[in-house]
Design a protein around this ligand. Structure first.
Ligand code: NAD
Length: 357
């Protein structure tokens, strides 16, 4: 089986759903269910004999050790993290705890587990660490896009904590030989994204007639990738990536935040017009910029394209349209996340839950 951490979050749940749909190999999802973890995302697979869930913190090494012994995986895909930059500015502690200490404990327990494997399984084992392009810092308008060799220059507590975790992964490969792979992906969007991130937040606010708050002048540039393309890239890296290597993953679609919001508004005008027929863009309001807001991220994903023959299949326009369709069709999911109602749901007995005692 494979073990996925953070599988109840946005990208993790997309990965798990996709995995169960496409593979016979079981998945063990290890998630602490923070505010960002939502088992409702996985409702459609929870009765599958190929899906298991363990409610556990990756920083709890005793529990992680027990899980590895009881459900020995051939690979670990490590998504679990605190992932929201704004939250990292307000409270960096949780970011250090999960992203740095949590990754360290997970790596250490994984190494102990991996060392005891028979030779053939040891050779095949992989630890795939899912990281971000934010570790590379901010680019000027004419700077070349981030490559795997670009120096680290993290600017937010989130980016710094991810950078620290990347360094630990690298060190565990070089020092102990753990077969690791690291990926750096640009901004993801798609179904099941918590409505605190740009696209679901703007969609939710727009549909509820609320202001659409754009930071600063809105001209910060990001690269966007549909989550299904990210998951496909991770699978490619897992199966064919070279041990010890890092791979940048991006959508080759650089766009200013304000343009994302305007495109989204235009699509909503067409897909779900307002009752008064006013354009959604009239709700845009500019708000004080985030402190230390990085100006531009751009990712050069030539290495994964060349070496692993991966390219994104979804254009931003088609991916955004699909995503808005999903949010329009899943208003109940959004309501339950916004109201926090999904937390109560999680308290109920979940048949996929494995015992870790
Ligand atoms: P998310 O915030 O939606 O989900 C994180 C998940 O991790 C949640 O299910 C949460 O409950 C779980 N978690 C948090 N702390 C934990 C802990 N201590 N132990 C176990 N589980 C814990 O995040 P996401 O957007 O799905 O991102 C997943 C990964 O991808 C992160 O590592 C993030 O840095 C990386 N990434 C995200 C993006 C993006 O655009 N969202 C882009 C590049 C990389």
């Amino acid at each position: 089986m494979i073990l996925v951490t953070g599988g109840a979050g946005f990208i993790g749940s997309n990965f798990v759903l996709n995995w169960i749909a496409q593979h016979q190999e079981p998945v063990l999802n290890v998630d602490a269910l923070t505010y960002a973890g939502n088992l409702k995302n996985l409702e459609s697979v929870r009765d599958s004999p190929r899906y298991l869930f363990a409610h556990a913190d990756v920083a709890d090494r005793t529990l992680i050790g027990k899980l590895l012994a009881k459900h020995p995986p051939r690979a670990i895909i490590h998504f679990a993290a605190e992932s929201h930059v704004d939250r990292s500015i307000l409270g960096p502690d949780a970011f250090v705890q999960t992203n740095v200490i949590g990754t360290f404990h997970l790596l250490d327990e994984t190494t102990r587990y991996w060392r005891a494997l028979p030779e053939a399984r040891k050779r095949e084992f992989r630890f795939l660490h899912v990281s971000t392009d934010e570790v590379y810092g901010s680019l000027g308008p004419g700077d070349p896009a981030f490559r795997e060799t670009t120096s680290y220059a993290p600017n937010s507590p989130y980016a710094a904590s991810k950078a620290a975790s990347d360094h630990m992964v690298r060190a565990y490969h070089h020092t102990y030989g753990l077969p690791t792979l690291t990926t750096h992906c640009s901004n993801n969007y798609g179904p099941y994204q918590f409505p605190e991130k740009l696209i679901p937040l703007m969609t939710h606010n727009a549909l509820n007639g609320k202001p659409l708050p754009v930071y600063g002048d809105g001209r910060q540039v990001r690269d966007w990738l549909h989550v299904s393309d990210h998951c496909a890239a991770l699978e490619r890296v897992l199966e064919s990536g070279q041990v010890g290597q890092t791979y940048n993953i991006g959508g080759r679609h650089e766009v200013e935040n304000i343009a994302v919001v305007k495109t989204l508004c235009g699509l909503l005008d067409e897909m779900s017009p307002r009752l008064n027929r006013d354009p959604y863009a009239s709700l845009i309001t500019y708000v004080t910029d985030r402190p230390g807001h990085d100006r531009r991220y751009a990712i050069d994903c030539g290495k994964i394209e060349r070496e692993l023959q991966w390219t994104p299949t979804e254009s931003f326009e088609s991916g955004l349209r699909m995503t808005l369709r999903w949010y329009l069709d899943n208003a109940q999911w959004v309501r339950s996340v916004v109201s926090g109602e999904y937390r109560a749901w999680v308290e109920r007995n979940d048949p996929s839950l494995v015992s870790v005692s």
